[in-house]
Design a protein around this ligand. Structure first.
Ligand SMILES: *[C@@H]1O[C@H](CO)[C@@H](O)[C@H](O)[C@H]1NC(C)=O
Ligand SMILES: *[C@@H]1O[C@H](CO)[C@@H](O)[C@H](O)[C@H]1NC(C)=O
Length: 246
């Protein structure tokens, strides 16, 4: 059983997007381990040290992982962040800073936690999850099918097919106004990323059917499309998201 599966507890969280933050930093989902650690414990110091390392590292890297052992192996904590492939370094740093502050308030004293914003993902836990593929579905959103447009759906299928065969952790494809995008977390191997991406795209196509847009977030990768592509990257107001989590 994966670490993520062990920590699964479904939480419904409503977060209002603070308008002073950009769309890139807006909240998609978050979740916390039900296990709690004692305040002022060595584990808490390690978590704080880990989160600080993530924020610092995001000023020069789009992905990194850390393992904080501290003075005792039982207090070990693992963590990582992943910025979306198109973000600049300053955008990545801002996004990770925001994600770390959100995971801190959302998962206060939780042994593990994760937050996905539009532009970046952060996760920490005391059970090692680094390098482990995780295809648990954590968030799915499908747009309405009204106004079904056969041309747009044909383009959507072609874009998604091109993303399956494109390589790399971040993939983007466009046909007319249709835009598709996938992103793996950087701890996956090339083969794991390909497998996870293929799974996310398959579910996206199957579950969102003829929706005007769709998002499928799995534990270690996601796939998204929009028949009005601008929506995937726009700075527009996403409104408050009601969310689910790991
Ligand atoms: C994580 O911490 C919890 C609570 O202290 C503990 O019960 C669990 O065994 C720890 N998991 C690992 C892998 O150390
Ligand atoms: C974690 O980071 C270390 C040091 O940067 C790196 O050597 C290792 O490959 C990374 N592990 C994973 C699973 O990404």
């Amino acid at each position: 059983m994966s670490g993520a599966a062990k920590l699964i507890s479904l939480l419904i969280i409503a977060i209002f997007i603070d308008p002073s933050h950009s769309y890139t930093d807006s909240f998609l989902y978050g979740g916390c381990s039900p296990l709690k650690y004692a305040p002022d414990s060595p584990y808490e110091w390690n978590v704080n040290s880990l989160l600080t390392s993530l924020v610092n590292s995001a000023t020069y890297s789009a992905y990194n992982n850390f393992t904080i052992v501290g003075s005792s192996p039982q207090d070990v904590v693992y963590g990582l962040f992943q910025c979306r492939g198109d973000l600049s370094m300053p955008e990545c740093a801002t996004c990770v800073g925001r994600a770390v502050s959100q995971v801190g308030s959302l998962c206060s004293h939780a042994c593990g936690g994760a937050v996905q914003l539009q532009g970046c993902y952060v996760k920490y836990d005391n059970d090692t999850f680094l390098g482990v593929e995780d295809k648990t579905e954590v968030l799915k959103r499908c747009g309405p099918s009204d106004g079904y447009d056969a041309d747009a759906m044909g383009r959507r299928d072609a874009v998604l097919a091109s993303l399956v065969s494109a390589g790399g952790p971040y993939r983007v494809g466009r046909s007319g106004k249709v835009l598709g995008m996938t992103q793996c977390v950087g701890d996956l191997s090339t083969g794991q990323c390909q497998d996870c991406t293929g799974e996310a795209i398959g579910r996206l196509k199957g579950e969102c059917s003829t929706g005007a847009y769709g998002d499928v977030f799995l534990g270690k990768c996601y796939a998204r499309y929009s028949t009005n592509g601008a929506q995937l990257f726009s700075k527009g107001n996403d409104g408050g998201e009601c969310l689910l989590l790991l």
